[in-house]
Write a protein that binds this ligand. Structure first.
Ligand SMILES: [Cu+2]
Length: 461
C-alpha cells in the first residue's frame, strides 16, 4: 500500500528507536518510540512545507495523507519512561513515551486524529488552545463520552491558527496528567518564511511524585512533587539545546504541572513572541531573562544566540532543580550533627543530612535506594553541577552545520575568560557598620548558630 510506504520513509527519519505497529486496515499505523533521546527534526515527507521543530528528549509523530487529510494515530497506553540514566518510571503516555509525540501540522490543514485507548480506564484528548468545533474539544461528559478501554475515537478539525498548543486528557484528569499523559502540538504558519527561526525547540513541563525506591507516581499529590521535569526527563537526563552562533532560536514551553515555573536563561536576553493565544505583535514585546509560565500556559521565547558558551537554562525555583532525595531533609547549617545522621539513617536507610557548612549534597556520592536519582548531580568540566530536575544547557557554538544537534561537549573557554582563584594580596572588604571583622581563614562563629525554620526544612508551597 502506498500509505505504508510513505509511513516507512517517515519512520526512517525518526531513527532506529522507533518501530511501527500495524493497526486495523482502515487505521493509520501508530508508530511507537522506544527511546527517550532527542529525535532529529522530522522533515515533512508530504503535505505543505514547514520548518520542523526539535522536541527535547522527544519525537514528532509521522502521519499519512489520505484524500488531502493529515491522519495521525495516537495510542493512549502505559509506558516505561527513563527519567534520567539510573531511573525509570511507570507512566501513562502515548505511542510508547511520556510525553506523547509532538504533532506538527500547517495552518489550514484538515487533520484527523485516531485515538486508541489501551489504558485500564476511559480517556479523551483535549486539543488545548485550538479553535475547533465544540464537539471535537475532547471534554469527557461535556462534549463526548469517554473513550472506553479498547475503543478508538476519531477527532477531525481544521488547524485554523498557527501557534503553540498542547494535548492532554480531559477525563480523570488528576490521575491521567499525574501519570504523564500530555503532548505538544505545533501549527506552523502557511508561509514557511513567516515567524521563521533557525532552531525551534519544544518541551512540556511536568512533575511527578515518585517515592525513592519506587516506580509509579502517587497521583493524589497536590504540591509535594519530587521530580520536576522537562518532557518527563530530569537533569542530568535532559539533552542540551545545541545551537549555532548567531542562529535565531525559539524555545516553546508548555506547563502542565500544578504550579508556575519561572524559566530563566543565562547569557542572552529573549522576548516572549508567542503565548497560548498566538503570536505577540513585535511592538508589544519586551526583553527578559526570566519568564514565568503559569499552569496550563504555553510560551514561545526567541533570541539570537550571539554568545558562545554553555549557558544554564532552568526553572528559577531552586527546589525545581533538585531530584527526589532533596526533600524532607532538615537544615543542618550550624548544627553539630554527630549522632543526628545516625538517627536519620535509622529512619531512612541511606539518607544523608545536609552538611553543617551549608552542605553540598551534590558532592556526596551516597548509596541510594534502587531506582532513585541523587538530589543534585551532573558533572561539568569544573566539577559537580549540583543540579537536578528542570535544568539543562544552551550550547552555543561557532561553525555548526545547519542541522547539527549533536552534543559538542563542553565549551572551551578562550584564555583569560574564566573566573579564577586570586593568590595576590587581598584588598580590604568593607563591612556593615558595627560588624567586627573576622579572620579570613575561619568561618564566623555566628554562622554556626543560624536558626532556620526551627531546624526543619520548609516545603516549597
Ligand atoms: Cu519550576
Amino acid at each position: 500500500m502506498t500509505t505504508r510506504r510513505s509511513f516507512l520513509s517517515g519512520a526512517a527519519l525518526i531513527g532506529a528507536g522507533m518501530v511501527t505497529r500495524a493497526g486495523a486496515a482502515s487505521l493509520p499505523e501508530a508508530p511507537v518510540q522506544s527511546s527517550a533521546a532527542t529525535a532529529p527534526p522530522l522533515a515533512p515527507p508530504n503535505g505543505r512545507p514547514y520548518n520542523p521543530v526539535v522536541t527535547l528528549n522527544g519525537w514528532t509523530l509521522p502521519w499519512r495523507m489520505k484524500d488531502g487529510v493529515k491522519e495521525f494515530h495516537l495510542v493512549a497506553e502505559p509506558v516505561v519512561r527513563e527519567i534520567a540514566p539510573g531511573m525509570t518510571a511507570n507512566l501513562w503516555g502515548y505511542n510508547g513515551q511520556s510525553p506523547g509525540p509532538t504533532i506538527e501540522v500547517v495552518e489550514g490543514d484538515r487533520v484527523r486524529i485516531f485515538v486508541t485507548n489501551k489504558l485500564p480506564e476511559h480517556t479523551s484528548v483535549h486539543w488545548h488552545g485550538q479553535l475547533l468545533p465544540n464537539g471535537m474539544d475532547g471534554v469527557t461528559g461535556l462534549t463526548q463520552p469517554g473513550i472506553k478501554p479498547g475503543k478508538t475515537f476519531v477527532y477531525e478539525f481544521v488547524a485554523r491558527n498557527a501557534g503553540t498548543f498542547m494535548y492532554h486528557p480531559h477525563a480523570d484528569e488528576m490521575a491521567q496528567m499525574a501519570m504523564g499523559m500530555m503532548g505538544f502540538w505545533i501549527t506552523h504558519p502557511k508561509n514557511p518564511k513567516q515567524h521563521a527561526v533557525d532552531r525551534d525547540f519544544v518541551f512540556l513541563i511536568s512533575a511527578y511524585d515518585i517515592e525513592p525506591g519506587s516506580y509509579t507516581p502517587k497521583i493524589n499529590t497536590m504540591t509535594d512533587f519530587n521530580l520536576w521535569t522537562f518532557n518527563s526527563r530530569a537533569f542530568p537526563g535532559i539533552d542540551p539545546m545545541v545551537v549555532r552562533k548567531n542562529d535565531r532560536v525559539r524555545v516553546r514551553v508548555g506547563n502542565l504541572t500544578m504550579t508556575n515555573h519561572p524559566i530563566h536563561m543565562h547569557g542572552h536576553t529573549f522576548e516572549v513572541t508567542g503565548t497560548d493565544g498566538g503570536w505577540v505583535k513585535p511592538s508589544a514585546r519586551w526583553p527578559e531573562v526570566t519568564t514565568d509560565i503559569a499552569v496550563g500556559q504555553m510560551r514561545a521565547i526567541e533570541f539570537v544566540a550571539d554568545a558562545p558558551g554553555d549557558w544554564a537554562f532552568h526553572c528559577h525555583k531552586s527546589h525545581h532543580t533538585m531530584n527526589a532525595m532533596g526533600h524532607d531533609v532538615p537544615t543542618m547549617i550550624g548544627v553539630d550533627h554527630k549522632g543526628v545522621a545516625e538517627k536519620i539513617n535509622k529512619l531512612v536507610p541511606g539518607y544523608m543530612v545536609m552538611g553543617d557548612k551549608g552542605g553540598s549534597m551534590g558532592a556526596m556520592r551516597m548509596p541510594l535506594p534502587e531506582n532513585t536519582l541523587p538530589m543534585m548531580s551532573g558533572d561539568g568540566p569544573f566539577g559537580g553541577l549540583e543540579m537536578g530536575g528542570m535544568f539543562t544547557t544552551l550550547k552555543v557554538r561557532e561553525g555548526l552545520a545547519r542541522n547539527d544537534y549533536k552534543d559538542p561537549g563542553w565549551y572551551q573557554h578562550p584564555k583569560g575568560t574564566v573566573a579564577y582563584e586570586w593568590t595576590g594580596e587581598i584588598p580590604p572588604a568593607p563591612r556593615a557598620p558595627g560588624v567586627p571583622e573576622k579572620p579570613a581563614d575561619k568561618p564566623a562563629p555566628e554562622a554556626l548558630n543560624i536558626k532556620r525554620d526551627g531546624g526543619g526544612h520548609q516545603h516549597h508551597h
